[in-house]
Unconditional design. Structure first.
Length: 259
């Protein structure tokens, strides 16, 4: 490549969020990742990375001591003040906060510019979009879409608006998020609001045991199927969102769209 390359591929990369860690590995950057955030546990080898960020914030001194030449940052989740400080020290920052499957693919394509294996990044992006298209074609519905309630906690009840990755998955599978029109991304809702919208399926994230809790919560009011997907697949803006979509699409296809 020589002098034609704008700048050398980063050799010391730090990821400050679990989803940016997943994106980095998917983009072929495993050999240059030197540290990550707490909960960066996928792929399994990510668990071995030194942890320099948590809910409490970023360990600025440790990050600087590691002399990174690139930091993968989460605009929605990392404290901006510290990111600005890091930028002030002359460290390159790559901001990631994808809200759609297309944006996850865009991030992978952008990371190709920093990856020692750019082809891996482009392949991962292409596969993600191809998988998305395949699901859309396979699960297009004749007739009415299945009405879906995305339930993120019981007390209080939280759901997702149409402006979220999770809601996009529902649409992809031929469903309709009953709170898609909410003006805020993560609205708190009441039982009554949910019942009024007559959902036909509840989607949650977590272990299989959680299904029983949700069924108990709605007992006598709502007797409809509940499907769960692993939290990390569904709640992280990474390539595994497609695995969540496959499970949800399959479950939704079993529900007849009769009112």
């Amino acid at each position: 490549m020589g002098s034609h390359q704008a700048k050398a591929t980063p050799q010391r990369v730090i990821s400050l969020a679990p989803h940016t860690t997943e994106l980095a590995y998917a983009a072929g950057m495993s050999e240059v990742l030197i540290a990550a955030s707490d909960y960066s546990d996928y792929p399994p080898e990510a668990s071995k990375l030194e942890k320099v960020a948590s809910w409490q914030g970023i360990n600025l001194e440790r990050v600087l001591a590691l002399k990174p030449d690139l930091i993968l940052a989460w605009r929605g989740g990392n404290p901006q003040k510290v990111l600005d400080q890091l930028s002030g020290f002359g460290i390159s920052l790559f901001y990631s906060d994808p809200q759609t499957i297309q944006q996850i693919a865009d991030n992978l394509n952008q990371l190709a510019n920093y990856s020692p294996k750019p082809a891996v990044a482009h392949q991962a992006a292409a596969k993600l979009l191809a998988d998305k298209q395949a699901l859309e074609q396979r699960y297009q519905r004749k007739g009415e879409p299945v009405r879906v309630f995305l339930q993120f906690s019981n007390q209080p009840l939280f759901t997702a608006s149409g402006k979220t990755l999770q809601s996009e998955v529902i649409s992809l599978c031929g469903g309709k998020n009953i709170f898609a029109d909410s003006p805020v991304p993560w609205p708190q809702v009441s039982r009554e609001q949910v019942l009024t919208r007559k959902p036909q399926l509840i989607v949650i994230a977590g272990e299989q045991e959680k299904i029983k809790n949700v069924q108990a919560f709605w007992r006598g009011q709502l007797d409809i199927p509940v499907v769960t997907v692993p939290e990390d697949w569904f709640n992280r803006s990474g390539p595994r969102i497609i695995q969540a979509a496959e499970v949800i699409c399959q479950k939704m296809s079993e529900i007849s769209s009769t009112p």
